[in-house]
Design a binder for this molecule. Structure first.
Ligand code: DGL
Length: 259
């Protein structure tokens, strides 16, 4: 057992959707969260730059005592997790677009995947996609501009709604019935998506699965905290504290500045 915190990072506030699932499933665990918003978006960067940011974030978390690292970013996972696993001794948990559950659930044989350029062009995404979607019509769409709007505090804006409508319209024309949210930031789009999508469309998010996997890996390595005392949480950002506090409804004072 270990009382050390779980380290979590993302290019911004998106990974807080994963943090929420983890803190609900494992209330006694402490966490450290890094929002690397100064360098967001990762999705338009090349593999080398994504790798560099992932190493920097991992080292900050390890220096602060993390016992495990959750890469709460599809783009960083698909481009950097195998390297991180080789380089560092702690266990890593990643997140990838939930293609398998979508493939198992679709009745129209058509699924939509909304993700970043960095995720959709990665080798790991292609491998998983080929494994599960052989007989399906898969419509991939790069969510250009979505992360930028969220990080600029414009989640609920007309611009966002228009952007989403334009990205989803080819999927709807093709009769998709499952939409995979392949970026942790997109979790926060759910209220807008529920408004603009027909009711029969299933929105698939990987957050709960990542939390379960985090628990399983902590158990496997005998790293779960033992005492039934509420965990402590620390949030760091090199970007805007306001974006995090308004997305999560938190007091700004609970968020620390990261250089
Ligand atoms: N939350 C990241 C992901 O899951 C966002 C990527 C970005 O910064 O473009 O992919």
């Amino acid at each position: 057992m270990s009382t050390k915190p779980i380290g979590i990072f993302d290019s911004g506030a998106g990974g807080l959707s994963i943090w929420k699932e983890i803190s609900e499933l494992l209330p006694y665990e402490s966490t450290l969260y890094i929002s690397d918003a100064k360098y967001a978006p990762y999705g338009t960067k090349g593999k080398k730059a994504i790798l560099k940011r992932s190493i920097i974030n991992t080292e900050i978390l390890l220096n602060k005592g993390a016992k495990i690292v959750v890469v709460a970013c599809n783009t960083a996972t698909t481009n950097a997790i195998s390297f991180l696993r080789e380089k560092y001794d702690v266990p890593f948990i990643g997140i990838e677009p939930a293609i398998k559950p979508a493939a198992l659930n679709t009745k129209t044989n058509c699924i939509g995947i909304l993700a970043t350029q960095g995720t959709l062009s990665s080798a790991l995404f292609h491998e998983t996609s080929q494994l599960y979607t052989k007989d399906l019509n898969v419509i991939e769409q790069v969510g250009n501009g979505i992360v930028e709007l969220i990080e600029a505090g414009a989640l609920f804006s007309i611009e966002m709604e228009q952007l989403l409508k334009s990205y989803l319209s080819p999927m709807l024309d093709a009769n998709m019935d499952c939409l995979v949210l392949g970026c942790t930031h997109y979790h926060f789009l759910k209220p807008i998506l529920e408004k603009i999508l027909p009711k029969n469309i299933k929105i698939i998010d990987s957050g709960p699965a990542v939390a379960k996997q985090t628990k399983a890996i902590l158990q496997k390595h005998n790293l779960l905290v033992e005492s039934p005392k509420k965990g402590e949480h620390a949030f760091y950002t090199n970007g805007s504290k306001e974006v995090i506090s308004s997305l999560m409804n938190w007091d700004k004072a609970t968020i620390h500045k990261l250089d």
